[in-house]
Design a binder for this molecule. Sequence first.
Ligand code: TPP
Length: 204
Amino acid sequence: MSFASNHPARREDAKVMNRAELTRRLVARLHHDEAVIGGIGFANFDLWGAGQRPQNFYMLGSMGLAVPIALGVAIAQPARRVVALEGDGSILMQLGALATVAGRRAANLIVVIWDNGAYQITGGQPTAAAEVADIAAIARGAGIAKSAWAADEGDFEEMIARALTEDGPWLIACRIDQARPDSTTERDPARIRDRFMRGIGARH
Ligand SMILES: Cc1ncc(C[n+]2csc(CCOP(=O)(O)OP(=O)(O)O)c2C)c(N)n1
């Protein structure tokens, strides 16, 4: 049985959850030294709000870069698990990265998509995900076999637990609501970069 067949077949069948809540659950499950890359938009605000870790990187400026940055870290440090948190609008702008992840067989990489069907931080304009595009299916088509929708919060936690121990690459797609984050990431890119590089031992 394929990985996806144990999870909701379509976006419409997945429960609408809350990004801050799921981010907290994800961070609570980390063992210690996993790197987490928060994409632009509210993904990194909620990552900041879930508690700052030196292994967190917050992408402030460009859409679609969480997955490429995470892939680079995963290739450079294959013994470390790396998690990319990206919004639907951002991943739709960088779909080629999914095929690159699959092609590189990035076993230590976990992509989490927060799909609220909107470019929320810039005013809630609808994305193609709201109407036609199914990101979990797109990722499977790109070659990421372990790609599926999380049915609900418990399913999300089980998928994360598995992805932290079994080889991937993984893509865990979550439907989320449009609640606004309580926190705002500190806008200091140089500090974010330096802390992260030290946090993953790439600089001393
Ligand atoms: C290349 C690029 N295009 C447009 C923008 C402006 N912009 C910043 S965030 C954002 C929306 C991000 O949407 P999504 O990834 O779905 O995250 P959400 O806001 O829903 O958390 C837009 C359009 C940008 N920063 N970079």
